[in-house]
Design a protein around this ligand. Sequence first.
Ligand SMILES: C/C(=C\C(=O)O)C(=O)SCCNC(=O)CCNC(=O)[C@H](O)C(C)(C)COP(=O)(O)OP(=O)(O)OC[C@H]1O[C@@H](n2cnc3c(N)ncnc32)[C@H](O)[C@@H]1OP(=O)(O)O
Length: 369
Amino acid sequence: MTGDYDFSDGETFRAALDRVETREKGNCFEDFAEGDELEHEPGLTLTRHASETWAGQTLNHDPAYWRPDAARERGFDEVPAHPDYLTAAVMGPTVEDLSEKGGYFLGRTNLRFHEHGVPLGTTLQVRSTVDSTATSSSRPDYGIVTWQTEGVDAETGERLLSYERTNMIPRRNPPATDGGEHESLDDVEPDGGETMDLGLPGTFVEPEGEYFEDFAAALATTEDRHGGDAAVAYRHERGRTMDAVTVSQLPLMTLNTAKQHHDAAVMADSPSGDLVAYGDVTRSTALGHARSDEATWREVGFDDERFHTFVTPGDTVYCFTHVRDARDDGDRYGTVEFEHVAFNQDDTPVYSGTRTAQIQKRSTTNAGN
Ligand SMILES: C/C(=C\C(=O)O)C(=O)SCCNC(=O)CCNC(=O)[C@H](O)C(C)(C)COP(=O)(O)OP(=O)(O)OC[C@H]1O[C@@H](n2cnc3c(N)ncnc32)[C@H](O)[C@@H]1OP(=O)(O)O
C-alpha cells in the first residue's frame, strides 16, 4: 500500500526528509575532464527589459543602450544590448552545467567582444570547453576548473563574445584531509584585502575631462612634469549598496542559478554567512561608476579579472581607476587601457581587472564644439 502517510505533520515530514535522497543540480569537479565540450541548452534571448534593468540598476546610465538617436550617434544601427548584460547573458546559461554546485568564481581573462552592438532580440547559443582541471592545494575539498566559453548568434552562427573563466568547484570525493591549512571554503575567513601602498608613485594625476584627449594628456603629464614618478589614478564618487535586486534579481534574469545569489538558507552556513553578489554584478557596478567619468565609445575587452573577496547584501561597491595607456587609433575615438579596482565600504578590494575601451574624442563630438 502506498500513500498512507501524513507529510503535512511536521515530525513525520522531517523524518521523511532525513531519509530521502536529494535530486542534485550541477556538476562536481570530477565531472569535468580537459577537452570536454558542453552545449548550454537553455541559451538566452536578449531582451530590452533585462538590458535596461541591468544597466539601470548598476548605474550604467548610457543612453546609447536605450535611446535610438543616441545609439545611431554611437554608430549602432539599432539599440544594442548593454555589453555588461551581454557578458552576463553569455555566463548565466552556463551556470547550471558549470558552477551551480557551489564554489567560487575566481577570475576571467581574454574576454573579447567580437561584434559591436548585438541587437536586442538576438538569441544566444552558449558553449564551453574544459581547458584545464587541477586540485586545489590549499583546499582539498575543491578543484579548480578553467573553461573557454563563447556566445554565438543562434540564427547566424556569428561569434559574439568569448572568454576564459576559472572557478573553484566542490569535489564529490575529497581525499581524506591531510591536516593542511584549509579543509574547505567553510573553514576559511574571507581575505581582508591587501596593502596597496607599497611602491606607489610620488604623484597621482587625474584627467581634466572625460574625452580621449584628457586621458592622453594626463598620461603625458606623468612623464613631462613628474619625470615618470606619477600615475594617472583616481576614485569615482558614486557607490551602490547591494540589495535584493542586484544580488538576486540580476543574476536570475540571466538564468544564473548559482545558489550563492539566491538561497539565503544555504549561504547562512557558508564562509560569507550570507548571500554573495554575483561577480559580474559587482564588476558591472564598479564599471558603471568608472564610465560615468568617461565618454565611452565602445568596449573592446577585459583581462586578468579577479574576485578577491565576497560582496554581501548591504555592502557598497565603489570604484578606483588607474589609466595605463592611451593610443590614438581612430577618427572618433582613441583606445584606452584601464585597470579598475572595485572596493567596498571598508576600502577592501573586491574585484580587479584590466579593461580596453574606445573613448570618444572631444574634437569629433558636439559636446566639444
Ligand atoms: C558563483 C559565481 C559565479 C559563477 O557561477 O561562476 C559568483 O559570481 S561568486 C561571487 C564572486 N566571487 C567571489 O565572491 C569569490 C571571492 N573570492 C574569495 O572569497 C577568495 O578569493 C577565495 C576564498 C575564493 C580564495 O581565497 P584565497 O585562498 O585567499 O585565494 P588564493 O590563494 O589566491 O586562491 C585559492 C586557489 O585558487 C587558485 N586561483 C585563484 N584565482 C585563480 C585564477 N584566476 N585562475 C586559476 N587559479 C586561481 C589559486 O592558485 C589557489 O590555488 P591552490 O588552492 O592550489 O593554492
